[in-house]
Design a protein around this ligand. Structure first.
Ligand code: ADP
Length: 525
């Protein structure tokens, strides 16, 4: 130890350093310019397991774990040039145990000359082990979550296919001549089917939210029926507290907003349920909406409840934030956080005005959308009996699910303009199209053997089928996948379960463009 202490004493002329060096719990040592230990303190001996006589004149490199040697030698070279470094590295003790160390290395300058490297090492093995375990369990959790999301996505896809038959045939039945009680029964099937579809979407989205991914499917959504659905669901809650819910849909002209139907419903349900829960007994909740500017629709939820202090208007959108007096009412404080995120994901805004003791007004603003189709039953019939297309067209449907083919056959049977031919495999369908080119091809994306994308490529390379409009039909309703299919050359994308009027409208438009111009234009909603 004499060498190092003599440097220190020479430099500082103080015995304090000697004592510090001897008693510090961190390993401290001096290494000469050749990399050999020349001075070590007792903590270094305890840390490495080597005796002092073994360490002195021993090079530091063999102690460093092989994977770190090169990096540590590089640092050593830089310190010899006058740099100071703090770094982490692993060493191997005399008994073979590996230790993680936090190291400091500074040049030992004596009389303006660098004579060696002063080092201090701290044992951080426990901390590193905990970190590694944390990273490992995090990776395992991410993998498990991914597996869960994939399973749920598959499940949802598998469930959507039979739902296509249930909802499609229910819609067809509804259009037929039914007694009023039969019509009510079919309506129940359709409502339950839609509920199930929503549930499947919810489960799928839950998995996505948990894994940080959430995908919305934006479409024109009619506000009034959606609000009425929410009111029906919340009526029992309102009755419990004798709260009057006021909304007169018939006063409002039909208005559509661009939104994800399920998520918008979740947003509106949350705002109305808050307005009921934070209301006074015998209170009132008023719902309204109006056009704001040229293309925004503002939906308002006004209550005459307890109100919110100005100072807390921003905080209530923070996760788990609840205003003190409302703690007695059951709640989690995350509803508004999710609501705000969802509204923003749909491209909208949310806001609130409030006065303590008088009540609050929560509003959301979303982009206005055009009505995608006429919704009344009469209009539905009209579009089916009098399609806006002249001529006679052959449609080829390549689909392995027999129920789906039967459904489309039944839908088109009401038209004298169309004849449907079908194939259950891509190869058979392609051969049929080449031999007798149809006017339009409906192509299921998930076919056994060759899938819809490959079939599309083949059809586009054959001169006789190159110009035929090809419509993708799939249970996959993810906007990203729809866009991908359109980018890859599909004329249009139809999701299962089929929306019968939208389906008719799509093929009518595609065929109309074809009969007008001789070639088909891409037609979007
Ligand atoms: P939760 O209702 O589950 O607590 P939210 O995120 O929906 O969660 O609301 C956060 C807080 O904002 C509520 O705890 C309540 O204090 C306050 N709040 C929300 N809506 C209203 C309202 N209409 N009137 C008064 N306070 C409200």
């Amino acid at each position: 130890m004499a060498t190092f202490l003599s440097y220190v004493i020479e430099l500082e002329n103080s015995v304090i350093y000697e004592s510090l060096f001897e008693h510090t719990l961190d390993a401290s040592y001096l290494i000469d310019l050749e990399g050999r230990f020349t001075t070590v303190n007792p903590a270094t001996i305890a840390l490495t397991g080597y005796e002092e006589r073994e360490l002195l004149n021993m090079s530091f490199a063999p102690i460093i774990a092989p994977e770190d040697v090169e990096r540590v030698i590089n640092i050593f070279d830089k310190v010899k040039q006058g740099e100071s470094h703090k770094f982490e590295a692993r060493i191997e003790k005399k008994d073979g145990e590996l230790l993680d160390l936090n190291l400091s290395a500074v040049p030992a300058v004596i009389g303006n000359q660098i004579k060696g490297v002063i080092g201090i090492a701290k044992d951080i093995t426990e901390r590193k082990r905990a970190e590694r375990e944390l990273i490992q369990s995090r990776e395992e959790a991410i993998k498990a979550n991914q597996a869960k999301s994939e399973f749920l996505a598959r499940m949802s896809h598998e469930l959507r296919t039979p739902m296509n038959a249930i909802l499609g045939f229910a819609q067809l039945l509804e259009m037929g001549n039914l007694t009023s009680s039969q019509r009510e029964d079919v309506l129940e099937i359709r409502k339950a089917g839609h509920h199930l579809l929503n549930l499947m979407n919810e489960v799928l989205d839950l998995a996505r939210i948990e894994s940080g991914k959430i995908s919305l499917s934006l479409e024109p959504v009619e506000l009034a029926p959606l609000v009425e659905d929410c009111l029906a669901l919340l009526q029992p809650l309102a009755e419990e507290r004798n709260i009057r819910l006021s909304f007169h849909a018939e006063k409002h002209p039909q208005k559509f907003v661009q939104a994800d139907r399920t998520r918008l419903k979740q947003v509106i349900l949350n705002l109305i349920s808050n307005a009921i829960r934070y209301n006074v007994v015998n209170g009132i909740v008023e719902l309204s909406y109006q056009l704001n500017g040229i293309d925004q629709i503002r939906f308002n939820v006004m209550d005459k409840g307890v109100g919110i202090p100005d100072s807390e208007l921003d905080s209530i959108f923070e996760p788990f934030y609840r205003i003190q007096p409302s703690i007695s009412i059951e709640g989690t404080g995350v509803g508004l956080t999710i609501t705000k995120q969802l509204v923003q994901l749909m491209g909208g805004k949310i806001g609130v005005r409030s006065k303590v003791g008088e009540g609050s007004l929560f509003w959301i603003e979303l982009k206005k959308a055009e009505s995608p189709f006429q919704t009344s039953r009469e209009a539905l019939h009209e579009s089916i009996v009098q399609p806006e297309v002249e001529g006679f067209f052959t449609i080829l449907y390549i689909e392995d699910n027999v129920a789906n083919v039967t459904l489309v056959k039944r839908i088109l049977a009401d038209y004298s303009h169309f004849s449907l031919v079908s194939a259950q495999e891509a190869v058979t369908g392609i051969n049929m199209a080449v031999e007798n080119p149809p006017d339009l091809i409906l192509l299921d994306l998930h076919l056994p053997g060759m899938d819809g994308f490959e079939a599309l490529q083949r059809l586009r390379t054959v001169p006789s089928t190159r110009e035929i409009p090809i419509v993708a039909v799939s249970a996959n309703a993810m906007p990203k996948d729809i866009q991908d299919a359109l980018n890859r050359g599909f004329e249009h994308y139809i999701t299962k379960p089929l929306d019968v009027p939208a389906f008719i409208k799509t093929i009518t438009h595609l065929l109309k463009s074809k009969s007008n111009t001789g070639r088909v234009h891409q037609w979007m909603n």
